[in-house]
Ligand binder design. Structure first.
Ligand code: G6Q
Length: 548
């Protein structure tokens, strides 16, 4: 944050925050009949409503000045041009190449990556079709009916989330499973549900060294050997990785290895061969539509003026709350049951990317970065944590995601779902004053002292912000659009905060310590004298619980 322009833009926003502190969102609507018209953006069937926020035109102008001071457009163009944006790992972040449908050259390290991207995509989709259509048989000559993706983090959350989101598009004869946790229960429960003889395991790991994935992959291989014999392994396994050599050493045949590249971050890899299990489920046309959705947003991000650029607006509004209002959390509430895993997916995308406290040069930041992201589908969430949204002391801005029509759901039920979503954003914004509560209780016939006792509990302060993303229905293309919107939002924020959104060093320390502790947990005699007293005490109690 040492650029004078940036400091000036931040000061201007700080001063503006002081100026509009008392203004409510309801006031903003009351004073401006054009508010919705001016505070929404439409991109095909997708509408982004950002009118229910504590912002006015000046706020937007100042936030856009901030983006200008951070040289957002130049940084965005550098991202697409394959510049080394992941500074600490010295890599570009070119996941947009994976959804480039025209093959227009895109460069990493001066080399056009598109020929290899298109070739690998063709190879992966041909394999997916062979599995789906039954041309590719299991060791016993049967069609595959169960697919088990073994991966974790970026090699799990994307395909698992998308398989659920697009379940109506998954062939009914295919059962998609996802095993991630090193907790053996994850694999054991999956093995219970499937018929091994008709199961294809997809080992998904960028590095092919990840403890959880390799442990589960070895256990799955052993289960196949035990049930079907050693020779079945080559027929029942395939792999997705950047590490061709390690995949070969695991015993996976060349024609069953699907590669991607260093310039694809794990949490941005669903667009690559990491999407194999999804592609098997939904088929080539739907998978390509999903990629097209991502490409739609790339084009929008590159071409739309910043003031009408959805990921830019999403990012700037969140920065407004994080850095000037000190709101520490952001909720994502899909009123779309099949997006149940979308908040978890975004937790990784956003919190791993922007959960940083030093800038690109390694200097400590003097500004708050990524908020805590959480969410659950509505209406379920209304019956759980929405109480805090409406009446808690913390203010949590919400992104509502809503489909106009349901795929394969009852239309009447869908009307109720939509009404609930709209009601929540209205209630958060409008609130209910003490006078309104008292009038309501009086109309219900309550006496004066009963009203005085109850009324404060029924007041809603309102003035609680939300955005709504409204789309026609949850198709593969819509899902691609939603994911890419959030990806670019995260990137824009990283530019303003001047942090590296493509590394994740914060996950390393725990991994290292786990490796050091594993032998002490496994061996009841091993000394714990070098540990802190809490860790040593926990291990002692654990040993006691396990018995001799
Ligand atoms: C994502 C992270 C991380 C990664 C997993 C799995 O951006 O890098 O979540 O995806 O640790 O790594 P592998 O794919 O290498 O097994």
């Amino acid at each position: 944050m040492d650029s004078p322009d940036l400091s000036e833009a931040l000061y201007a926003l700080e001063a503006h925050h002081g100026d509009i502190g008392d203004m409510t969102i309801a006031d903003l609507f009351a004073h401006d009949p054009r508010r919705f018209a001016d505070f929404h953006v439409v991109l095909d069937d997708l509408l982004f409503d950002f009118s229910k926020h504590r912002i006015e035109r000046t706020t937007l102008k100042l936030l856009l000045d901030l983006a200008g001071a951070a040289r957002l457009e130049a940084r965005r163009d550098a991202l697409f041009a394959g510049a080394i944006v992941n500074k600490t790992e010295r890599r570009p972040a070119l996941h947009m190449a994976l959804r480039n449908m025209s093959g227009t050259p895109m460069f990493a390290d001066g080399i056009d990556v598109m020929p290899q991207v298109l070739a690998e995509r063709r190879k992966m989709l041909a394999f997916a079709e062979a599995v789906r259509g039954g041309a590719l048989k299991s060791a016993s000559g049967e069609c595959f009916t169960h697919i088990v993706n073994i991966g974790i983090g970026g090699s799990d959350l994307g395909p698992a989330m998308a398989a659920r989101a697009l379940s109506p598009f998954v062939s009914s004869h295919l059962d998609l499973n996802f095993v991630a946790n090193v907790d053996g229960a994850d694999l054991a429960d999956t093995l219970q549900r499937i018929d091994l003889a008709r199961t294809l395991f997809v080992v998904s790991s960028k590095t092919f060294t990840t403890l959880e994935t390799m442990t589960n992959a070895r256990a799955a291989r052993q289960a196949v050997i035990d049930a079907l014999g050693e020779t079945a392994v080559s027929a029942q396994f395939c792999a997705v990785s950047t590490a061709a050599q390690e995949v070969a050493s695991f015993g996976i045949r060349d024609d069953r290895r699907f590669l991607f590249w260093d310039w694809v971050g794990g949490r941005y890899s669903l667009w690559s061969s990491i999407g194999l299990s999804l592609a098997i489920g939904i088929g080539t046309q739907n998978f390509e539509d999903f990629l097209r959705g991502g490409e739609d947003i790339d084009k929008h991000f590159l071409a739309a003026p910043l003031a009408a650029n959805i990921p830019v607006l999403m990012a700037l509004i969140e920065i407004w709350y994080r850095d000037f209002w000190d709101y520490a959390a952001q909720a994502v509430i899909p009123y779309d049951q099949r997006l149940a895993r979308f908040p978890a997916y975004l937790q990784q995308l956003e919190m791993e990317s922007n959960g940083k406290s030093v800038d690109l040069a390694g200097a400590p930041l003097d500004i708050e970065t990524g908020p805590i992201i959480f969410g659950e589908p509505g209406t379920n969430a209304q019956h759980a944590f929405f109480q805090l949204f409406h009446q808690g002391t913390a203010i949590v801005p919400v992104d509502f995601l809503l489909a106009a029509t349901s795929i394969a759901g009852d239309p009447k039920q869908h009307h109720l779902l939509v009404a609930n979503c709209l009601a929540q954003s209205e209630a958060l914004m409008r609130g209910r004053s003490l006078a309104e509560v008292e009038a309501k209780l009086t109309a219900q016939g309550l006496a004066g002292d009963a009203i005085a006792a109850l009324a404060p509990h029924k007041v809603f302060s309102g003035n609680r912000p939300s955005s709504t993303l409204l789309y026609k229905s949850l198709t593969p293309r819509t899902l691609g659009r939603l994911i890419a919107l959030y990806e670019h939002k995260v990137f824009v924020q990283s530019v303003i905060w001047n942090i590296d959104p493509f590394d994740q060093w914060g996950v390393e320390l725990g991994k290292e310590l786990a490796l050091r502790l594993a032998p002490l947990v496994a061996d009841p005699q091993a000394s714990t004298a070098m540990l802190d007293s809490s860790t040593a005490g926990l291990i002692a109690h654990l040993r006691g619980l396990r018995g001799p």
